[in-house]
Design a binder for this molecule. Structure first.
Ligand code: SAH
Length: 226
């Protein structure tokens, strides 16, 4: 599945972006409870250093969030792994991401062979993320919009991943979740956020679980170019 990626020499990396350094991150994720080999393999393969500014490339395989401009961040690899793992549990085909940001999470999902739709409210971030998807040969559908409305024309989705925190779960998004689907989203405010997992059964009943504390940038309303 990971073979969908079209890797160039710069994607393969060297020094602090080399395979050896990336493998260290994978071992760290394993040590912190990530068990799904498909997820570990996708994170090993997708060149995270291509999703941050060149000046930060040497830090790309540290398990930390990094700034991507506009006051936003590329999520910490462990968080990306955890959310992806939770999403894969319901064997999704079609998934929606809210908050494209750098494009990294979307690229990980696409590398896993999923049909990915992603929404970003900051035009400039989306333009850069689209270039990255294209360069890696990844097919990701994206739109510039306020992701709090989801993507109703393309729904329902087997999986929905929200990568910015809202004070409460967004109704419009859980409404676009297909029966049997899973939604993962950070919920909370300045006093703390938790990663919530919502599962919708065949009858449409919703079961909620708390996957633990996380730190995300806020889910904001409206859209902007920069
Ligand atoms: N998934 C991203 C994480 C980016 S941080 C990655 O892998 O890099 C969260 C992103 O959510 C930011 O880019 C921010 O602009 C975006 N965001 C915040 N509120 C949003 C909204 N209402 N709709 C769409 N995107 C939003």
């Amino acid at each position: 599945m990971i073979s969908r990626l079209r890797l160039q020499p710069a994607d393969v990396g060297m020094g602090m972006t080399s395979q050896r350094v990336r493998d260290r991150l994978i071992e760290r994720l394993r040590g912190n409870g990530i068990v799904d080999e498909r997820v570990l393999n996708a994170i090993r393969t997708v060149p995270r250093h291509q999703f941050v500014d060149e000046a930060l490339a040497t830090r790309a395989y540290e398990d930390t969030a990094l700034p991507i401009g506009h006051g936003q961040t590329i999520s910490q690899p462990w968080v990306v792994a955890k959310m992806t793992e939770a999403l894969l549990e319901s064997a999704p085909k079609k998934v929606l991401e809210i908050g494209t940001g750098s494009g990294y999470q979307g690229a990980v999902l696409a590398a896993l062979g999923l049909e990915v739709f992603t929404v970003e409210r900051i035009g400039e971030l989306l333009r850069i993320a689209r270039k990255r998807f294209r360069a890696l040969g990844l097919h990701v559908r994206s739109k510039h919009d306020d992701g709090r409305i989801g993507w109703p024309e393309e729904g329902p989705f087997d999986g929905i991943i929200v990568t910015a925190a809202a004070p409460a779960l967004v109704e419009a998004l859980s409404a676009q979740l297909a029966p049997g689907g899973t939604l993962v989203a950070p919920v909370g405010g300045a006093s703390g956020q938790n990663l919530l997992r919502l599962r919708k059964d065949a009858e449409g009943n919703i079961e909620q679980a708390d996957l633990g504390p996380v730190v995300f940038v806020p889910l904001l309303s409206g859209m902007t170019d920069r």
